[in-house]
Design a protein around this ligand. Structure first.
Ligand SMILES: Cc1cc2nc3c(=O)[nH]c(=O)nc-3n(C[C@H](O)[C@H](O)[C@H](O)COP(=O)(O)OP(=O)(O)OC[C@H]3O[C@@H](n4cnc5c(N)ncnc54)[C@H](O)[C@@H]3O)c2cc1C
Length: 431
């Protein structure tokens, strides 16, 4: 009884879902992956997480951890194991001095909406339904990354349940090594139940899109990269190139911008972005920060390939190769995000996220039918980026993971995982 599903049900405050429950199918799947776990434990608090881990250990079942369910590798579910679903832990409360305690089951849309009334904001991601748990696990590149760094850079403490069933509060002085690892590799170390984050006062930002003709993609990309690399930190921007399978619609090149900081300075910061080519339209307006989040609707059944690379500088060769790849791989969607600024001011060894010299992230998604997967992977072989971001990898290879956690970072993480999770309970990206 003690180690049975009934025993688990009796032990937790939250719900235990099995294939006998009507909600099983919906609750077992993530955005990209169908799963058939033995049980899903919808955890109401840390004690439920402890109970779920005990059950998994007793039954010798694999564990998956799920928050918003958006990871492209589908790691938020499994087959035959236990899914620890943190979504019921979605409380967002403002403590003292702008510190916000965020439950890892909240989505970033919920967090932003809750903080809007207080004029507070956390630089997180760009999509409302992405979960706090998964985005924080890998780093978090948001619309104010150049002004405030990664989402993990604002974390001052966390509560985490580790493989031994201990509930630990960690920060820069208490269990500092675990605190280091959680900021960039949390999925391999435990189940974080909440983060304490130093929010910033940022009621509004200037946010929107400038469109340029798709025929000017080379010129616009080069000029944007030149400005974006050393632009004021208040500017975070990205450049989006739609798949050429949509070229009959002549999808323009989109430069997306978020300008924070002093409203009086924002127009001057935007001005150079109006002269990258022949500007078609500019739709940039002052909006509450909570309105910058987009919603994502993935076509059912689509499991796209997603790969990315981090680059320390822009080069004409990189731009040329990316543009040449677009007609070769018609389903290739490209998004190039400018980094630098506050992101680069954090010492490289301060967190498990390594790549503080990177100035650009090239992210790519293979849309539509996946027949060109080999060409897509070949492109990345050629690009051979120095670094990669673990949250934008759908089919991570050993080489990809070495790029995410290179050299000394990997050695330090391996030692930490060995001491904190010697049985490899957490099958995060590093297993
Ligand atoms: C449409 C879309 C837009 C995106 N935009 C951005 C963006 O702007 N910036 C950015 O940085 N990323 C972005 N991402 C990537 C995103 O950060 C990752 O996909 C992330 O894993 C999603 O988090 P989740 O909680 O929704 O995912 P889940 O699939 O629920 O979680 C992914 C993994 O994270 C780990 N994890 C989750 N919760 C916890 C926890 N409580 N404790 C420990 N580990 C945990 C587990 O290993 C889990 O399998 C985007 C992804 C999508 C699909």
């Amino acid at each position: 009884m003690k180690d049975s599903v009934e025993g688990l049900r009796a032990a937790v405050v939250g719900e235990v879902i099995t294939s006998a429950d009507a909600s099983y199918e919906e609750i077992s799947r993530t955005v990209v992956a169908e799963g058939q776990p033995r049980v899903v434990v919808r955890c109401a608090g840390a004690a439920d997480v402890v109970a779920a881990l005990k059950y998994a250990e007793a039954q010798q079942l694999a564990v998956a951890v799920r928050s918003g369910g958006h990871h492209g590798a589908g790691t938020g579910t499994n087959n035959g194991g236990v899914v620890i679903d943190v979504r019921p832990m979605d409380d967002v409360s403002v403590l003292a001095d702008g510190v916000v305690r965020v439950g890892t089951g909240a989505t970033w849309g919920q967090v932003a909406a809750r903080l809007a009334g207080e004029g507070l904001a956390i630089s997180s991601g760009d999509t409302a339904s992405v979960g706090v748990g998964g985005l924080m696990a890998g780093g978090g590149i948001g619309w104010m990354v150049r002004r405030h760094g990664l989402a993990i850079d604002q974390v001052i403490a966390a509560e985490v349940v580790t493989a031994d069933g201990a509930v630990r509060r960690v920060d820069a002085t208490t269990e500092s090594e675990l605190f280091w690892g959680l900021r960039g590799a949390a999925g391999s170390l435990g189940v974080v139940t909440s983060y304490d984050v130093a929010a910033v006062r940022q009621p509004t930002v200037h946010f929107g899109t400038l469109l340029y003709p798709w025929t000017q993609a080379d010129q616009v990309l080069a000029a944007w990269a030149e400005y974006a690399a050393d632009a004021p930190e208040d500017l975070t921007s990205s450049l989006q190139l739609a798949p050429t399978m949509m070229a009959d619609r002549q999808v323009p090149v989109a430069v997306m911008v978020c300008v924070s900081g002093d409203p009086a300075q924002r127009d001057a910061i935007l001005e150079p972005l109006r002269h990258l080519g022949t500007l078609l339209t500019e739709k940039v307006a002052e909006v509450p920060y909570a309105e910058v989040f987009a919603e994502m609707h993935m076509p059912p059944g689509l499991r796209p390939r997603i790969r990315n690379g981090l680059f320390d500088r822009w080069s004409p060769e990189l731009g040329e190769r990316l543009l040449a790849a677009r007609p070769e791989i018609p389903g290739l969607a490209l998004e190039i995000r400018a980094l630098g600024g506050a992101y680069g001011e954090v010492p490289a060894d301060a967190t498990a996220f390594a790549h503080r010299d990177a100035r650009f992230m090239v992210n790519s998604v293979l849309m539509g039918p996946q027949e060109q997967a080999a060409d897509f992977d070949q492109l990345w072989e050629e690009l051979a980026p120095k670094g990669a971001y673990v949250n934008f990898l759908s089919h991570p290879t050993t080489a990809d993971l070495e790029r995410c956690y290179p050299g000394a970072h990997r050695a330090r993480l391996d030692a930490l995982m060995q001491s904190i999770d010697p049985g490899d309970v957490f099958r995060g990206p590093l297993g």
